[in-house]
Design a protein around this ligand. Structure first.
Ligand SMILES: *Cc1c(COP(=O)(O)O)cnc(C)c1O
Length: 359
């Protein structure tokens, strides 16, 4: 039976990447060592990290005045590093509140300064992204923080507000899923375990002029400049995670890059939302159509008493980890880059059968 893993994160990885890692596990390219055993300062690993960075730069078209940092601590650590590095002597920052991850970023930022919430989707249970015309800015804000894809709520938006302050984006769950114009951001960050590679690696893409302005007393490890000045090797980086991420980048390039990925992601999302919307109300997705995520698709069954049976039958067909986040209930299918179209087809046809059998 083919297994399809719909976990929100850590999430499915491309099979060919895992196979290559398996083949190289004991002996990386004739070095006689596993990548896990290599010095991060040795020739072999330095080459692996440099290639991973170069491939990521090529995939996202990252301009030369941006640093690519391989960090640890997850996106959650970025919730603190962003204000520590970007307030630059200012007292406040603007944050858009689109859901659970925005809220966490906001509450962490409040430890370092004042937070102005420019707009919030709370009035409709975070089922939409407030229109830009309603946003209220703080004229003294040091930066604007957004979460372009809310992994839990399944709310995504692709447009960028026209502002003069640096835009900081938590792209943990949609980086590499669609083309972006990096030059319009100050900082982009993402935990690797959704759409890049294994947990333990966090990637930050930082515009150079934003480096070097941390407040006095900031720990060395939490200063972006420390990592920028040392090619992410100030201390031991998450070497194996960087290696796997590098294999993913290489595979994405071979498959036609981000534009090709986006095409498949659109097809996958279309199929799944059609299965929900075409079910005559048996399945429901609470998110406004314009803001429906291509990566994380939450849905409920009209009778929650059927949730257990749905999950059990899905499991029996190899459709795994569909249980919704504990805060929202219902189901959630995460369909990141590494989820093949066939996986979504299998889920959609199961959903149709289940609905007919239980209508
Ligand atoms: C998962 C996630 C986080 C938290 O990531 P960690 O790596 O667990 O700290 C933050 N933001 C978004 C959008 C996420 O999906």
């Amino acid at each position: 039976m083919t297994i399809y893993n719909f976990s929100a994160g850590p999430a499915v990885l491309p099979k060919e990447v895992l196979q290559q890692a398996q083949a190289e596990m004991l002996d990386w390219q004739g070095s006689g060592m596993s990548v896990m055993e290599m010095s991060h300062r040795g020739r072999e690993f330095m080459g692996i990290a440099a290639k991973a960075e170069a491939d990521l730069r090529e995939l996202l078209g990252i301009p030369g005045n941006y640093k690519v940092l391989f960090l640890q601590g997850g996106a959650s650590m970025q919730f603190a590093m962003v204000p520590m590095n970007l307030l630059r002597g200012k007292a406040s920052a603007d944050y858009l509140n689109t859901g659970e991850w925005s809220k966490k970023a906001i509450s962490e930022a409040k430890k370092f300064g004042a937070v102005n919430v420019v707009a919030s989707g709370a009035d409709k249970n975070f089922s939409y992204v407030p229109d830009f015309s309603t946003w209220q800015f703080d004229k003294d804000a040091a930066y604007l923080h957004i979460t372009p894809n809310e992994t839990i709520g399944g709310v995504e938006f692709d447009w960028l507000p026209d502002v003069s302050v640096p835009i900081v984006a938590d792209m943990s769950s949609n980086i590499l899923s669609r083309p972006i114009d990096v030059s319009r951001y100050g900082v982009i960050y993402a935990g690797a375990q959704k759409n890049i590679g294994p947990a333990g690696l966090t990637i930050a893409i930082v515009r150079e002029d934003l480096l070097g302005h941390v407040a006095d007393g900031t720990p060395t490890m939490l200063d972006y400049k420390t990592h920028a000045d040392n090619e992410s090797m100030y201390n031991t980086p998450p070497t194996y995670g960087i290696y796997i991420a590098g294999l993913v980048f290489q595979m994405l390039k071979e498959k036609g890059g981000i534009a090709a990925m986006e095409k498949t992601n659109i097809a996958k999302a279309k199929l799944l939302y059609a299965a929900i919307d075409g079910s005559g109300g048996f399945y429901q997705c609470p998110v406004a159509h314009a803001n429906r995520s291509r990566m994380n698709v939450p849905f409920t069954l009209k009778d929650a008493a059927l949730d257990g049976a749905f999950l059990k039958e899905a499991d029996a067909r190899g459709l795994l980890q569909l249980k919704g986040h504990r805060s929202v209930g219902g189901m959630r299918a995460s369909i990141y880059n590494a989820m093949p179209l066939e996986g979504v087809q299998a889920l959609a046809s199961f959903m149709g059968e289940f609905a007919r059998a239980n209508a």
